[in-house]
Design a protein around this ligand. Structure first.
Ligand code: ADP
Ligand code: MG
Length: 226
């Protein structure tokens, strides 16, 4: 039995499971499919079309890239096969006890502005949404904004504008701006999703790629209450 299955413990959904759930609620994600073998990973890649991304799929691994479990920009079957082998050997070394389902296969998304949306539960206020820019801005500078669920469209608009990094979303040095309307809609959808699913303990869309015309989550993590 894996330690994720201990009774009354919060349950971490894998990226594939999390994205399936989010898709049902109309939240845009890069679709991820589970491959249980190297052969399956290669055939799924061919079906989806290159370039693809491979990621470790395990209910016991929260940070996939720290574990050597993410391989980006794979352009052919040979690279997919090699990436599968490398992921498995890295995981065996770093997480020898983890229950491994296989790898998730997904399309490599074009670069966009990285943002994050998170939800955690405050003992007093209940579900609270967080918004920020991805990467170093959230990790080092903690440039994030918070609102209590449920959020209105106006709340979403305000929480986007109040982060210090807002000018980045408006486009800078010739870079394309992010679609703010799409981000507002996404935040409101996530608010509705967590409001109507009290069994969700935590949620992380990290990162979301924001483009000129849309915003889409490339990674997703849902934790259910125990
Ligand atoms: P984790 O957060 O568990 O380490 P992620 O799924 O977030 O793993 O992947 C790590 C990084 O790889 C992301 O922050 C993102 O920059 C990049 N990435 C992940 N999935 C994709 C994708 N489908 N297309 C493009 N880049 C991706
Ligand atoms: Mg991530």
């Amino acid at each position: 039995m894996s330690y994720s299955q201990t009774l009354n413990q919060p349950r971490l959904l894998t990226e594939v499971e999390s994205k399936e759930l989010l898709t049902q609620w109309g939240i845009p994600v890069v679709e991820a499919k589970l491959a249980r073998t190297k052969k399956e990973a290669i055939s799924l890649s061919k079906e989806m079309g290159f370039p693809v991304v491979l990621k470790i799929s395990s209910p016991d691994i929260v940070h996939k890239s720290d574990a050597g479990g993410v391989k980006l920009g794979l352009v052919n079957a040979t690279q997919v096969g090699k990436a599968y082998t490398e992921i498995m050997s890295s995981i065996k070394e770093k997480y020898p006890q983890a229950q491994i389902q296989g790898v998730s296969v997904q399309k490599m998304a074009p670069a966009g502005i990285e943002v994050i949306i998170g939800m955690s539960k405050d003992p007093q206020f209940g579900p609270v949404l967080m918004f920020g820019l991805g990467g170093v801005l959230v990790e080092v500078l903690k440039d994030v904004s918070f609102r209590i669920v449920p959020l209105t469209r106006r709340d979403a608009s305000e929480m986007i504008k109040e982060i210090k990094g807002y000018p980045v979303l408006q486009g800078y040095r010739g870079k394309e701006p992010a679609n703010i309307t799409a981000l507002e809609e996404l935040i409101v959808k996530v608010s509705e999703f967590v409001e109507q699913n009290p069994q969700i303990k935590e949620l992380d869309l990290n990162p979301i790629f924001a483009y000129k015309d849309k915003a889409i989550a490339v990674d997703a993590r849902v934790v259910l209450e125990g």
